[in-house]
Write a protein that binds this ligand. Structure first.
Ligand SMILES: NC(=O)c1ccc[n+]([C@@H]2O[C@H](COP(=O)([O-])OP(=O)(O)OC[C@H]3O[C@@H](n4cnc5c(N)ncnc54)[C@H](O)[C@@H]3O)[C@@H](O)[C@H]2O)c1
Length: 344
């Protein structure tokens, strides 16, 4: 078992849930969390973990080699979540996406190459996304993304993630580093920044506001609970084959309209709370993951994503934690929301 794991982006949604999951599942492990605390990084996501002697937080930028190199040298493995993660923001300004998702990944990979000097026991896991595969048509429900599906990115976000994904692959092939890649579908669960659809809609409804629904609402996503994603990342880290890509998905396809109606029903609200807004430019129509490889090779199964129970638990978490999201939704968030959805 790897005992000292460097997690990048551990103050974000998935990274913080992963650290919580990892410390609970592997008592012998130590974790260093490297995060620069951008708008989406929040140390309150780690409340309760921060006092654990096995956990350490380091504020730093993954693009800064002086911050990265000593941490990498101390670690047995790197699990790389840190990223600019929101498609809509990449449409407003793609530059931070290229800087963090491409240059930051390159900085980390290079630091590992130097510090680990060919030691294949040390592992680098790149957390990629199903969005690198592009979009599936709505009228071909039998089609799903496999690990062999060509990368056909459509947004600046997915293009920057694909660049990091291919760099990770290149470091395996060229330098024989033990690199692994996961490509996961849309996550939901606690501590998700409320620019993403589920916490955005749930918290808007609690505040008595309408929910802004893009276009015709028929775009389909494959929803996975963040704990199933964390479990998949841990399985790949411990048992995956170096150089391989593993798809992870919840086997839980829903259109945005279906998702919206499910949230409205859980919260006792009607369809008048939907505010149709202009579609996202270049909006991918459908994502669907075939996770057979992770299922067969690693015995991973998403057991926590089934609806409606998983969605209901998530809605309840936001209802029970207003202090967390009210603070997140104040300040700069308001400007972003007004720019994106025209207020309301
Ligand atoms: N959210 C999803 O549904 C989803 C699905 C598949 C894959 N992913 C991938 O998972 C990862 C985490 O996603 P998330 O939703 O938790 O994102 P998030 O935006 O909630 O968190 C990102 C974290 O990275 C940190 N960060 C950003 N730039 C940094 C930098 N230069 N140096 C150090 N830290 C930096 C932020 O402060 C934040 O804590 C990303 O790589 C994303 O592409 C997300």
């Amino acid at each position: 078992m790897r005992t000292h794991i460097l997690v990048t982006g551990g103050a974000g949604f998935i990274g913080s849930n992963f650290i919580r999951f990892l410390l609970a599942q592997r008592p012998g492990v130590r974790v260093t969390n490297l995060d620069s605390l951008t708008y989406s990084g929040n140390l309150e996501n780690l409340t309760g973990i921060d006092a654990d002697p096995r956990y350490r937080f380091v504020k730093g930028d993954i693009c800064d080699d002086a911050a990265v190199s000593p941490l990498v040298a101390q670690a047995d493995a790197v699990v790389h979540f840190a990223a600019e993660s929101h498609v809509d923001r990449s449409i407003l300004d793609s530059r931070p996406f290229v800087v963090t998702n491409v240059m930051g990944t390159q900085t980390l990979l290079d630091a590992c190459r130097r510090a680990w000097a060919g030691n294949a026991d040390r592992r680098f896991l790149y957390v990629s996304t199903d969005e690198v595969y592009g979009s599936l048509p709505l009228d071909r429900p039998e089609l799903k993304f496999t690990e062999e599906t060509p990368l056909q990115t459509n947004s600046p976000y997915s293009a920057s993630k694909a660049a990091g994904d291919l760099l990770a692959r290149a470091y395996h092939h060229t330098f024989k580093m033990s690199v692994l890649t996961t490509r996961c579908s849309n996550n939901f669960g606690p501590y998700q920044f409320p620019e993403k659809v589920i916490p955005l809609f749930v918290t808007n409804l609690i505040e008595g506001k309408q929910v802004p629904l893009y276009g015709d609402g028929l775009n389909v996503r494959d929803w996975i609970h963040v704990d199933d994603h964390s479990d998949g990342v841990l399985c790949v880290l411990e048992r995956g084959r170096p150089g391989e890509v593993y798809n992870l998905g919840g086997n839980n396809e829903r259109s945005n309209l279906e998702l919206t109606h499910a949230i409205l029903a859980l919260m006792g609200k009607g369809p008048e709370m939907i505010r149709p807004v202009a579609d996202r430019p270049g909006h991918d129509r459908r994502y669907a993951i075939d996770a057979t490889k992770a299922l067969r090779e690693l015995g991973w199964t998403p057991t926590r994503s089934a609806w409606p129970a998983a969605l209901e638990r998530t809605v309840r978490w936001y209802a029970d934690n207003p202090t967390w999201w009210r603070r997140v939704k104040s300040g700069a968030y308001r400007e972003y929301y007004a720019k994106q959805y025209g207020g309301g």
